[in-house]
Every structure is written in structure tokens, then in C-alpha cells.
Design a protein around this ligand. Structure first.
Ligand code: CO
Ligand code: CO
Length: 312
């Protein structure tokens, strides 16, 4: 069925669904949930909530309220763990200025947690992933490497410093990154999550019918990520990401297989990837980097569509 009120649906691989309520107000909604990626249940709740909220911010939207989605082995694990997960989610939602007003839980072998988030976006503030223009600058608002550190945690290879940095990044809301877009003409935005930088950039380029040139040296990574990757501590998801994007990417011959995997690393609660004019990019960085816990950085530029979507 074709519904004219649906502005953003399945097609185009955008971050959240957008449905028109009236002439100027649109509803934006998203859902995400996953299994624990850190050992601390409270931090896991925070990460899952920040990750779910991110798709609202990636559309230029403002969250309104959320619902919990919970799987938990209620007879096998202490209930305090579940309480901590939910508290982490509730605290992160409060930081985003919203309340979790309900939800649904089931008994399941493995814990899983996430949110359904409903938000709103004004017609003129809606930003999709399909408006990148040749000449634009590409900005990323968080360092990369959470997938690699999460794998290192599972294999008991992550240092305290690495865990702390990854948790800080994953629990940081993309709210300030989204707030800084207000009043600036951003052509396209998405958040970098499971498909990694290359996967989400490929979606943006394809939807916008442009290509992107990325300077690998400009990519910032969490501490120790390059070393972990060189020891082959790389999640299966990142390897699949690289396989998936390969035919659309031209890798400079100075980049090793490990470098390619670093650029494809599957992220959880990653930063926003923005495409905007050079002048607006400088303005955006000036506004954002006053307050942001992580400095946002330029990673490359948008060009006319060439034979490959991404050159790195
Ligand atoms: Co997204
Ligand atoms: Co998502």
C-alpha cells in the first residue's frame, strides 16, 4: 500500500521512519536493541539507549518519549542485573530530556535491550541521508573503533583505558552533534553504527548519487584500536562490512587489509556523519567543538559520482 504521509520508509536505508502529521510537523520513529557489549549492566543500558536515540538525532529530530524492549533470562540471572540495565536506559533517556513510558519484556536465554524512540521533526529541520552534494565536506563526530574494543573485551584483551574510552564514546548522546546542526544547512546526515563508516557512507553516497574521497590519515580511532586490529582482534561484523562494501570502494594501495578493516569497523552508538558545504562545515565545527566531549573532525569530501562510490 502506498501511504502519502510516509516520507521516509524502507527505501533509501535512512535512519528512522518519518510520517507527516500535518503541514509542518513530522513524526520520526526508530527501534534498536542488541546483546550486551560491555560487562557492566548499567553501562550496557546507557549504551543501548544512546544508540537507539541516535537515529532520531540523525534525522534532525527531537525525541519525545521511548519504550523499553527487553529480553532477560529471568530464572538464571539475578534480577538486580536487569534493574541496572533499565536504570542505565532510564538515566540516558532523562539526559536526552525524555521519559521511558512503558515497554515489553520476554524471558529469553540471552539478555537484550534497546528502545523504541518516538520523536518529532519540523519540516524544515528534517535531514536525510540523500542530499550530499559535490564540493561538500564530510565530518564525523566520534572516533572509530568501538567494534574492535568490544571484541577485545570479549577476548579479555582490552585495557582499562581502552574500555573507559569506548564506554565514554558509546554512552555519549549524539544530542550536541544534532543541536549544533540547527541554523546550519546540512545536506545529509546519518549515524555510523553496525555497517561501519564505509557502509553508512556508501548508503549516503548511493542515496545522493555522489562519490566520496576519504583521507584515511584523518580518521580518528579510540586509543589502542589500531594495535588491537593489527593483532587481528576484529569483529566478524566488521569483516562482513568490508566484504559488502568492497566492490564499491577504491582503496589506495598504501592501505593494508587491516587499515581497510579499521575503516569498516562495525560501530555501536557511533557518531554522526555529516555532509555540508565547506563554510558550513567550519561553522559547525566551531559551534560543536566548544562543548562536545569528542572533537568532531573532517574526514574527506564529496565529489561527482565516479566509477566507485568511495575512494580512500
Ligand atoms: Co542509524
Ligand atoms: Co538503527
Amino acid at each position: 500500500m502506498k501511504d502519502d504521509r510516509v516520507l521516509v520508509g524502507f527505501d533509501g536505508a535512512d535512519d528512522a521512519a518519518v510520517v507527516r502529521l500535518d503541514g509542518v510537523r513530522y513524526m520520526v520513529q526508530t527501534v534498536d536493541f542488541f546483546t550486551p557489549i560491555v560487562d557492566d549492566p548499567y553501562q550496557f543500558g546507557q549504551i543501548a539507549a544512546a544508540n537507539s536515540l541516535s537515529d532520531i538525532y540523525a534525522m534532525g529530530g527531537t525525541p519525545l518519549f521511548a519504550l523499553n524492549i527487553v529480553s532477560f533470562p529471568i530464572n538464571e540471572l539475578p534480577k538486580s542485573i536487569l534493574t541496572d540495565i533499565l536504570q542505565g536506559g532510564a538515566d540516558k533517556a532523562a539526559e536526552a530530556g525524555i521519559t521511558i513510558v512503558g515497554g515489553h519484556s520476554i524471558d529469553d536465554k540471552e539478555p537484550k535491550y534497546g528502545l523504541v524512540v518516538t520523536g518529532e521533526v519540523k519540516k524544515h529541520e528534517l535531514v536525510r541521508n540523500n542530499g550530499a552534494q559535490p564540493g561538500d565536506v564530510l565530518i564525523l563526530t566520534k572516533p572509530l573503533g568501538t567494534g574492535i574494543i568490544a571484541t577485545a573485551i570479549k577476548r579479555d584483551r582490552a585495557s582499562e583505558e581502552q574500555i573507559e574510552a569506548a564506554v565514554k564514546s558509546m554512552t555519549t548522546l549524539n544530542k550536541s552533534s544534532a543541536d549544533a546542526m540547527k541554523g546550519i544547512e546540512v545536506h545529509a546526515v546519518t549515524d555510523v553504527t553496525g555497517f561501519g563508516l564505509l557502509g553508512h557512507l556508501l548508503e549516503m553516497c548511493r542515496a545522493s548519487n555522489v562519490s566520496a574521497e576519504i583521507d584515511f590519515k584523518k580518521l580518528e580511532f579510540l586509543p589502542g584500536v589500531k594495535e588491537l586490529a593489527s593483532e587481528n582482534i576484529i569483529p566478524g561484523g566488521s569483516k562482513r562490512n568490508l566484504e559488502y562494501v568492497k566492490e564499491n570502494v577504491h582503496f589506495h594501495n598504501s592501505l593494508s587489509e587491516t587499515d581497510q578493516l579499521l575503516a569498516a569497523d562495525a560501530q555501536t552508538s557511533g557518531g554522526l556523519l555529516l555532509s555540508l558545504s565547506k563554510e558550513d562545515a567550519d561553522k559547525y565545527l566551531e559551534i560543536l567543538n566548544v562543548s562536545a566531549p569528542f572533537p568532531a573532525f573532517k574526514i574527506g569530501r564529496v565529489t561527482k559520482k565516479t566509477d566507485k562510490f568511495i575512494i580512500i
